[in-house]
Write a protein that binds this ligand. Structure first.
Ligand code: NAD
Length: 498
């Protein structure tokens, strides 16, 4: 099943044809070094664009630029209402270029054009406007104090929130534009300057966003983009002029980033991996639960930190659930992200495809039953068939490790206490969902689940006003809402004697 591919806009074609380099001080700058990367189209493995990678001198130039811009006050010194106005204009420009950005994202990342339009750009617009509004709502407190000296002295004490300074936003490849904006927008709303380091595979939309920021009136140096991989990322985090790192990525790299940041007391927040359970109670509406497993587990080919990936289904409903799930998953059409009919698209890279196939081989070896999928379709891109694994034991790797691919592992349980113990017996704690209309049971379960987010009768919706982050090895700190503003500001206490 395939249909005509979405025609690529001329401006996207022109952009792909030109070379790309880090965006520093308001423009793309060619590095002195010769390190390059050829981006590849995940749909067919063809070369897509050429990228020049930053050398260490450029890492320094990028941080110096953001530091100078911060010290100049050109952004933090604006009236909050002016920052808000400029950020709203930035959102309008992203909206005006929505199709261009969505196509770039599908081409570099592989995802469905529908998801690129609706989430990567569409959901980001809501987030951008929400965060722009925070620029005018940052506040401190006035506090009564009881300082006894000197006798008779009177005090006025209050706190104020000030921008933390130069922020590095280190971003993974699964939602490159959206996650970059998750960092850029609150950082800029608070008056910080920001350097985005996209993942090696997916730099194009962050670069375009930085250009649009300039067009919106955000001064040069306030929003820079540094192109490169682990080496550039590590040099960025270690830079002494950096004030905060907001990192999203794997737990292993997150630990390196946190450790390095501590050396300079650079503030950091970490949004890391997950192995997110979905708990289906005996009374659950199975139509909704199966749709939730597919939507929450296979969105973006399962390359979602909060994806449902271990499904605990009560034994009384297990067989029916697996049958319905396999029926629907087995019927999903596979094809390029630009094919508007395709429901399952390629993974981001050959490396990720190989990694998911290795996980599947291990699941086979450990005795999981493949109800559907499990293979690599005979297509030139980085595809993996959407896969349902049954007969999964809580100790198997497919029930414990983050696969970050289109793989749903189904487990059966008889009593809820055992299911909750198995859910919590995992180093990750990002998100979970409960499927039931038994209000009392649901309310009892919510506090027992070790996860930063618990959804009930849905899996994976996020909202800019709802804090997002992980328990345990899924991260440190929270993004979104007031928590994000706290993360990009320092709290200063002021005490005045009068
Ligand atoms: P990754 O950890 O390999 O890379 C993330 C980013 O870190 C990339 O930009 C990479 O170049 C950079 N990096 C690599 N080594 C570095 C180092 N030593 N110092 C500084 N930067 C370095 O992750 P990935 O493979 O790009 O993304 C997938 C992972 O991201 C998954 O584990 C997923 O769960 C996680 N993720 C988490 C969230 C969340 O909000 N919790 C959201 C999306 C993705």
């Amino acid at each position: 099943m395939s249909s005509p591919l979405t025609p690529i806009l001329p401006e996207v074609q022109a952009r792909l044809a030109r070379p790309h380099a880090s965006f520093i001080d308001g423009e793309q700058r060619t590095p002195a070094g010769d390190a390059r990367r050829t981006l590849r189209n995940p749909a067919d493995d063809s070369p897509l664009a050429e990228v020049r990678l930053a050398d260490l001198e450029q890492v320094d130039a990028c941080v110096q630029s953001a530091h100078r811009a911060f010290r100049s006050g050109a952004w933090s010194g604006l009236a909050p209402s002016e920052r808000e106005r400029v950020l709203l204009r930035f959102a309008d420009l992203v909206e005006r270029h929505a199709e261009e950005l969505a196509q770039l994202e599908t081409l570099e990342q592989g995802k469905s054009i529908h998801i690129a339009r609706a989430i990567e750009v569409g959901a980001s617009l809501g987030y951008m406007r929400y965060m722009a509004g925070w620029a005018t709502k940052i506040e401190g407190q006035t506090l009564d104090v009881s300082i006894p000296m000197p006798a008779g002295a009177r005090f006025n004490a209050y706190t104020r929130r000030e921008p933390v300074g130069v922020v590095a936003g280190i971003v993974p490849w699964n939602f490159p534009l959206m996650i970059a904006l998750w960092k850029v927008m609150p950082a800029l709303a608070c008056g910080c300057t920001v350097i985005i380091k996209p993942a090696d595979e997916t730099p194009l939309t962050a670069l375009r966003a930085a250009e649009l920021a300039i067009e919106a009136g955000i001064p040069a140096g306030i929003f820079n983009v540094l192109l490169g991989g682990a080496e550039a990322g590590a040099a960025l985090v270690a830079h002494p002029l950096l004030n905060k790192v907001s990192f999203t990525g794997s737990t292993a790299v997150g630990k390196l980033v946190g450790g390095a940041a501590l050396q300079n007391m650079t503030r950091f927040t970490l949004e890391l991996g997950g192995k997110n359970p979905m708990l289906v109670l005996p009374d659950a509406d199975l139509d909704k639960a199966v749709a939730g497993a597919i939507g929450g587990g296979l969105l973006n080919q399962g390359q979602v930190c909060a994806a449902a990936s271990r499904l605990f289904v009560h034994s009384s409903r297990h067989a029916e659930f697996v049958e319905r799930l396999a029926d629907q998953v087995g019927g999903l059409g596979i094809g390029p992200g630009l094919d508007p009919q395709a429901q399952v698209n390629p993974l981001v890279s050959r490396r990720q495809q190989d990694s998911v196939l290795r996980h599947l081989a291990l699941a086979r070896e450990q005795g999981a039953r493949f109800v559907c999928g499990g293979g690599r379709p005979d297509l030139p891109g980085y595809y993996v068939e959407p896969t349902v694994l049954d007969g999964v034991d809580a100790g198997m790797a497919c029930a414990r490790e983050e696969i970050f691919g289109p793989v749903l592992s189904v487990l059966s349980y008889d009593d809820l206490d055992t299911a909750v113990a198995q859910i919590n017996d995992n180093p990750y704690g990002l998100a979970a969902s409960i499927w039931s209309n038994d209000l009392g049971r649901v309310m009892d379960l919510i506090p027992r689940i070790e996860a930063g987010t618990v959804w009930v009768n849905n899996h994976v919706p996020v909202d800019p006003n709802l804090p997002f982050g992980g328990y345990k090895q899924s991260g440190l700190g929270r993004e979104f809402g007031r928590a994000a503003i706290e993360g990009f500001t320092e709290e200063k206490s002021v005490c005045i004697t009068y």
